[in-house]
Design a protein around this ligand. Structure first.
Ligand code: FES
Length: 163
């Protein structure tokens, strides 16, 4: 979190030289958008309107363009999420191998609906589109880690290991 907090009117990256370093790695400022959004997420936990405004200024784009990008990528969030973000792929290869059943099981176990976070802030369940690992469907991604060929039994073990 920056020194003023994520919900204040302005957002400033903690390390402006790191921002400049990222910008210097791309031929144009807009190409640095995703790395800057990831950096902001690392600092603030999720993407707020002040962050969108700040990043828009940096990459010289309209805030609505930044918001379009944020809403496109399932790894970018505009609200607080749980410590563990459980993303279940819902695209056809995962779906026909039981992904829907995995979502139902997970939501029942955690007493939440897709898109929600448990009251203790530990788990968020999200239905997402293809995560690019269709050959190991059905896929569950926990934060940045892939868990392949998921079954209800493996999911229960995974939840136990995270609790
Ligand atoms: S369809 Fe699920 S990872 Fe591609």
């Amino acid at each position: 979190m920056n020194e003023k907090g994520a919900n204040d009117q302005t957002f400033r990256f903690r390390n402006p030289s790191q921002v400049e370093n990222i910008l210097s790695q791309y031929p144009d400022r807009r190409s640095a958008l995703l790395p800057l959004l990831h950096m902001a997420t690392a600092e603030a936990g999720y993407i707020t309107q002040p962050i969108i405004n700040a990043v828009a200024r940096i990459v010289e784009a309209h805030p609505s363009e930044i918001m379009e990008t944020v809403s496109f990528y399932s790894m970018l969030h505009t609200a607080p999420k749980g410590e563990f973000i459980l993303q279940i792929c819902q695209t056809l290869p995962c779906s026909i191998r039981g992904a829907d059943n995995l979502v139902d099981h997970l939501c029942e176990r955690l007493s939440i609906q897709p898109g929600e976070t448990t009251k203790d802030g530990k788990f968020t369940v999200m239905k997402v589109e293809c995560l690019g690992a269709c050959d190991i469907a059905p896929l569950v991604q926990v934060n940045n880690d892939h868990h392949e060929k998921m079954t209800v039994e493996k999911l229960d073990k995974l939840l136990k290991s995270l609790s």
